[in-house]
Write a protein that binds this ligand. Structure first.
Ligand code: ATR
Length: 467
């Protein structure tokens, strides 16, 4: 009897689209879902001769050719653990479990170790692109044992997004590294979305432009260096009508999240990384959810008087475009810096050239800026900060004035732009040779005898400040 090439467990949106994508590439796919009705509905709505449903784990596992490769597309956390436990008794040594969900990388490291003891192989695979990407070609970030990845790579290489005929998949590194890179990708996505949202608020509340006019500006910007998937979809969102209304004006201004942004920030704190833009974007979502408090405060706490724009509108819009691009650069610089520190801490030996190449298509942060990042890392995997590379430093040196004027003007209007503000603060902090941290050290030594180092001589010092 014929055995199938690969199995997919979990037939929610991502899982069913990924199974269809694999089947559309000529592979025979066994599918299973905890709730049988979902499997029946999936096949009724998307019949595909290459997809074969199973209603018991035993039949599902036994339908696969050896070594069996099973992709989990279930909720992260306990659901993933439960699913792994349910299939283990049916597996042979050397079978391969691939976790394609949004698992926390530390969980992936733990699962990898636990399964190794049972001689079952495990690949933690970040998959980005949302439901459309899963169906038509996602960006894929596999982490685990390279030899195991090589066994399964033909299937995943064929279904991944393509950029100039190159598949957006590359081996990332050992154990949890694939999910780590996916996590930081999601963090960068948070900041990208937030700075576009702040740009929209400036165009709306300072220049009083209509959604259609803002969409046209985004469309123009999307032809140049700011070209990105997120700007592209935003220009479409702003044109969407519901009856006589623009749908965007009917959507409640409370942003939700599923947690990967929070994980990225928590890890930045653990690594002592200044991931200010992503962190600020996460905080902005939290603040947005306090709708009733914001409504109350808007009536109690005063705002400044609106003052007219200091330059002409065309000039201001160009400044804003430059502000958005430089902020985006700073955010990517922070994200890649975090990847670099994590790579050292966990001995992952990440290749940033390969990672930036993966991000160029299929995923939510795909953008032209990634071509420049690819070029930087092609020649130097160890560059300490993207801002120091020739291309990005030249953009920073010519655009920082625009970022400053947009931010200072917007703040004077009483409009909240936390992520733009954190971009310029990071930029100025990073390029400051003499900071104010000498005073922090003196304060620490004063109240807690924490000691300090000196600029004029080596060694560790403590001063009796009260003498
Ligand atoms: P999406 O792809 O839409 O983001 P998800 O919420 O991440 O979906 O994953 C949902 C999948 O996880 C479903 O297949 C779900 O199974 P049911 O259809 O039976 O609900 C699966 N899932 C959720 N909790 C689970 C658990 N405790 N054990 C096994 N599978 C579980």
């Amino acid at each position: 009897m014929r055995k199938n090439d690969i199995g997919v467990i979990g037939l929610a949106v991502m899982g069913s689209n990924l199974a269809t994508n694999i089947a559309n590439h000529g592979y025979f796919v066994s599918v299973f879902n905890r709730t049988a009705q979902k499997t029946k509905d999936f096949l009724k709505n998307h019949p595909n001769k290459n997809i074969i449903p199973y209603f018991s784990i035993n039949d599902f596992v036994n339908s696969l050719s050896s070594p069996r490769c099973i992709i989990l597309m279930v909720q992260s956390g306990i659901a993933t653990d439960n699913t792994i436990q349910s299939i283990i008794p049916h597996l042979h040594s050397n079978d391969i479990i691939v976790d394609g969900g949004n698992s926390f990388y530390q969980d992936t490291i733990q699962r990898h170790q636990n399964l190794l003891k049972k001689k079952i192989n495990f690949i933690g695979m970040g998959i980005s692109g949302g439901e459309y990407g899963a169906l038509t070609g996602p960006a894929i970030m596999p982490g685990g044992d390279k030899k195991i990845y090589d066994i399964i790579s033909p299937i995943f290489t064929s279904i991944a997004a393509k950029y100039n005929d190159e598949s957006c998949i590359n081996y990332i590194g050992p154990d949890g590294s694939g999910h780590y890179v996916k996590m930081v990708h999601n963090g960068i996505e948070y900041a990208d979305m937030q700075i576009i949202a702040e740009t929209y608020t400036i165009l709306k509340n300072i220049l009083f432009l209509s959604n259609q006019e803002i969409s046209e500006i985004f469309n123009t910007w999307n032809q140049g260096e700011l070209k990105s998937y997120l700007l592209d979809i935003t220009k479409n969102i702003l044109l969407k009508k519901e009856g006589k209304y623009d749908l965007i004006d009917l959507i409640l201004d409370e942003a939700c999240s599923k947690g990967t942004g929070i994980w990225t920030c928590q890890d930045a704190l653990n690594l002592h990384e200044s991931l200010t833009m992503i962190t600020s974007s996460v905080f902005s979502r939290f603040l947005s959810s306090l709708k009733s408090q914001r409504m109350l405060a808007s009536k109690i706490l005063s705002s400044p008087k609106i003052i007219p724009v200091l330059c002409n509108q065309v000039e201001f819009i160009e400044q804003l475009r430059q502000a958005l691009y430089l902020s985006k650069i700073i955010s990517y610089a922070q994200g890649f810096s975090q990847l670099s520190i994590a790579s050292k801490k966990y001995n992952w030996n990440l290749k940033f050239y390969n990672i930036a190449k993966i991000f160029r298509s299929g995923c939510i942060i795909q953008a032209d800026i990634l071509n420049h990042i690819v070029k930087v890392y092609k020649y130097d995997n160890n560059i300490i900060n993207l801002l120091l590379s020739p291309y990005f430093q030249s953009i920073a040196n010519s655009y920082h004035i625009s970022l400053r004027s947009v931010i200072s003007y917007t703040i004077q209007q009483g409009i909240s732009i936390p992520t733009f503000s954190s971009a310029i603060s990071y930029y100025d902090g990073y390029r400051t040779a003499q900071s104010s941290a000498n005073l922090i050290q003196a304060q620490r030594d004063y109240f807690g005898s924490h000691t300090y180092k000196r600029c004029d001589k080596s060694g560790i010092y403590h001063t009796n400040w009260l003498q």
